[in-house]
Design a protein around this ligand. Structure first.
Ligand code: GLY
Length: 574
């Protein structure tokens, strides 16, 4: 803790306590986390959580449940659950093995570096976000089936059946989902294949109505019968390629045939004695999270620091350095030499910590570091699962924007992603999350676009302690960071840790984004005196993340689950 920070912390102490009580009353303590003894599934969609917990009750392990939930979310959470997108799975097995499965989308074979620039070299943002050119080669089906075959115990037919039933027989629309359809209806109108699914001949669906998706049920049946070939070959592949080429896209059958998920070694770090197991590139999430925790480990926080200007200052300065590094150094490791070891080294983090002053350093004065000198070792959704054998699975999956590019594949009933926007279309041009990129994340055929998804498992004494992740584009990393710190530094239970209001800074723009109640007036005044600027409360990030988490208390033999009230859904245990 440094001098200015200390002054501000003392000054704000009483107000912080009242803020915390206020926010706790609104978000936290009134709702204790779900408690169970055998297993827990937390997702943004209650029907999907129920599918997962039933698989656990039927004797499946956490991977079986994760695969069942992955397919179920494609039916019950079309906003981000998907078979037309991609994601990442982090696994800790009860035998101690940690691994990750990368089923991120890829750039099509016909993609090229300047594909979103006009002839004068100007970036055309709509091309990477909307329509068929925005689509990356989907990875979810291949990834889920790979995980099931290697680490699951149940047949595909068993784990995919609940999703088929939900699609065929329908399920009762909750308020949020019905609203999300009607709010997007104007965009769906551009695509007849989508409009007919998400409305009843133009009449919006209402809460409580039964939503059936027969075409999606048919596609899931093809996958059930033929495994990955049911999606990447045959009739479904024909429909997918037809839909994309009708809208001027470039994905071919060869792209689909060539798609493979990749099992990768996790990024491993430590924080105050806890082990952090997270996702390596092509996600920036794991590296950025470990780099942030390494910097912040140099501070001592006690419970009264939470929400103070000193604490926010420490978080924000660390975030600025880490997002500057993200911009310069991170991309798909299969195509670009990411200086991973340096970025996650404690010595490199210490060198950044030493640069942090007692006042805000303007982002323009912060540059990406040189981690090579250190050799030591939006819209999206997350779900967390733990089983009675001690296996833990943390999955984040996405179509990128809400409902992806909003185009349903005619006849196949699933939405396509617009993940190509996660590439850096042109250096210096921000993507939809305001993130910048450089060569490391430029477009190349078959390259995976950089992600911020941060599915993470925190180990305590080598056993799963926290299983956590979040949607939210660039805010995913800082959301996961704050939930972990809320548990470890501030002793919050998992529901309080998730509910507590959050802040976010991503280097550029040089502004603190914050949720309502995250920064009270006096704290904000102090931070302004230290040189900080704030984004409008109604900015893109007025809600920062929607975390879904599990905390395992081995001393009590209890598993606690918490769904984020920002997103609905539920923790279901038994
Ligand atoms: N599409 C958001 C991410 O992967 O970070």
């Amino acid at each position: 803790m440094k001098v200015t920070a200390l002054f501000c912390r003392t000054f704000n102490y009483m107000l912080i306590v009242s803020l915390f009580l206020f926010s706790a009353l609104n978000f936290g303590e009134s709702q204790p986390p779900k408690k169970a003894k055998n297993g827990m599934v937390v997702t943004v969609s209650t029907p999907a959580s129920l599918v997962g917990v039933q698989i656990l009750k039927d004797g499946g392990n956490a991977v079986d449940a994760a695969v069942a939930v992955g397919f179920a979310l494609a039916v019950t959470y079309p906003y981000a659950g998907n078979i037309g997108g991609g994601g990442f799975m982090v696994i800790h097995l009860a035998n101690g093995k940690n691994t990750t499965i990368d089923f991120r989308e890829k750039a099509p074979l016909k993609a090229f570096r300047d594909m979103y620039l006009d002839k004068n070299g100007n970036y055309i943002p709509s091309l990477s976000k909307e329509g068929a050119l925005a689509v990356g080669v989907p990875g979810s089906v291949a990834g889920l089936i790979y995980a099931l075959k290697k680490y699951g115990t149940m047949p595909l037919a068993k784990v995919i059946q609940p999703a088929i039933d939900l699609a065929k027989k329908g399920w009762k629309l909750d308020e949020r989902t019905a609203e999300s359809f009607s709010k997007t209806l104007d965009v769906f109108k551009k695509y007849p294949s989508s409009y007919k699914i998400f409305s009843k001949n133009g009449v919006p669906y209402k809460e409580g109505e039964i939503f059936k998706q027969p075409d999606l049920a048919w596609t899931l049946e093809q996958i059930k019968k033929n495994g990955r070939d049911g999606f990447y070959k045959g009739k479904v592949a024909d429909l997918l390629v037809k839909q994309i080429s009708e809208f001027g896209g470039i994905i071919t059958k060869e792209d689909l045939l060539k798609y493979k998920p990749v099992e990768r070694k996790p990024v491993i770090g430590t924080y105050r004695g806890y082990e952090i197991v997270s996702m390596p590139p092509p996600s920036s999430g794991g590296i950025a999270l470990v780099e942030l925790l390494n910097i912040l480990e140099n501070y001592h926080f006690d419970e009264n620091d939470w929400g103070s200007s000193g604490y926010i200052h420490d978080l924000v300065e660390a975030m600025k350095y880490v997002y500057a590094d993200r911009t310069k150094h991170l991309g798909d490791e299969d195509f670009y030499p990411v200086p991973k070891k340096g970025l996650i080294s404690k010595a490199y983090a210490k060198s950044i910590f030493k640069k942090i002053k007692d006042v805000a350093t303007p982002s323009k004065d912060i540059k990406a570091g040189n981690p090579l000198n250190y050799k030591e070792s939006t819209e999206t959704t997350h779900y967390s699962i733990y089983d009675k054998a001690g296996n833990a699975v943390s999955v984040t999956t996405t179509l990128n924007s809400a409902f992806g590019n909003k185009i349903i594949v005619e006849g196949a009933g699933f939405l396509l992603n617009n993940e190509m926007d996660d590439f850096s279309a042109k250096p210096g041009e921000p993507n939809q999350f305001g993130l910048l990129g450089t060569e490391a994340n430029s477009i190349q055929p078959e390259k995976r676009m950089l992600s911020s998804m941060t599915p993470t498992i925190v180990l305590k004494n080598s056993q799963p302690y926290i299983i956590i992740g979040s949607p939210g584009g660039s805010t995913i990393i800082t959301t996961v960071l704050q939930v972990i710190m809320n548990c470890i530094d501030f002793n919050m239970n998992i529901q309080e840790a998730i509910d507590a209001p959050r802040i976010h800074h991503q280097w550029l723009p040089d502004k603190i984004f914050h949720e309502k109640f995250a920064i009270i007036k006096d704290v904000m005044e102090n931070l302004k005196k230290m040189g900080y600027k704030f984004a409008d409360l109604h900015s893109n990030f007025r809600i920062i993340g929607r975390a879904e988490g599990i905390l395992i208390d081995n001393s009590k033999n209890l598993i606690y689950g918490a769904a984020d009230p920002r997103g609905g859904g539920s923790a279901e245990g038994y």
